[in-house]
Write a protein that binds this ligand. Structure first.
Ligand SMILES: N[C@@H](CCC(=O)N[C@@H](CS)C(=O)NCC(=O)O)C(=O)O
Length: 219
């Protein structure tokens, strides 16, 4: 019985690692890197035929499904919150149908509307060696990102008006975790973030949480 998370924190595996850490779960971390061929080994491909991290393996009793394998990082984080957290209105687990809807829609939104351009910003403003960066690619991605950032900025403003501090509720939930894990990549776009101050402040508050800091420090 138990939860195993495959993948290093410096990848999309941060999402399930962060979720499990927020919930204080006892889990096994297998820090499979995305470089060097580990994700192409027969053993790894048997877990995830896509050859990507993260993978979550949840060993349940046979009557509850036996070995459950989850891949796709957002699905991994949402699964952990839903099946290993308490919907008590205090944890990251959605406690109502509305909170669950917010977690689902914002997570899918982040993958579809943000992720590719946010990754371009990260790579071409910060992560790649300076001589390989193409600032024009980052600039084009930042221009496209103004559209979804306007959407989340407006949502956060409406949330503040109804007395709620985060995307789905008046507390940090898995909705925030999933979206902040993507928007964090866009933080090197200083002008873009400055133009969306609620979003900038919110993403900083999310990534400065002790669970996220601990996951990043552990690697
Ligand atoms: N949509 C997938 C993408 C997973 C993905 O591309 N993971 C990268 C690391 S962040 C990876 O494993 N790359 C290694 C490879 O593709 O060989 C998810 O969100 O889990």
């Amino acid at each position: 019985m138990g939860l195993t998370i495959h993948g290093i924190a410096a990848s999309r595996a941060v999402r399930p690692l962060w979720a499990a850490t927020e919930l204080g779960l006892d889990f096994t971390h297998v820090p499979t890197p995305y470089q060097g061929g580990a994700t192409r080994s027969p053993g790894f491909l048997a877990l995830n035929p896509n050859g990507h991290i993260p993978v979550v393996v949840d060993q349940q009793p046979p009557e509850q499904g036996g070995e459950i394998v989850v891949w796709e990082s957002m699905a991994c984080a949402l699964y952990i919150a839903r099946h290993h957290g308490q919907p008590d209105g205090h944890s990251i687990t959605p406690a109502t149908a509305r909170e669950d809807a917010e977690a689902l829609r914002w997570s899918f939104w982040a993958v579809n509307e943000l992720e590719a351009d946010a990754l371009t910003v990260l790579m071409h403003r910060m992560a790649m060696p300076a001589e390989r960066r193409k600032p024009e690619l980052a600039a084009a991605a930042e221009k496209r990102l103004t559209v979804p950032l306007r959407v989340i900025e407006q949502h956060l403003r409406q949330q503040h008006e109804r007395g709620e501090s985060h995307l789905a509720a008046d507390r940090f939930t898995v909705a925030d975790l999933c979206v902040a894990s993507v928007l964090n990549w866009a933080r090197p776009a200083r002008e873009l973030m400055a133009a969306h101050p609620l979003t900038h402040h919110w993403v900083r508050r999310c990534v400065e949480r002790p669970a996220h800091v601990a996951v990043k420090a552990a690697g």
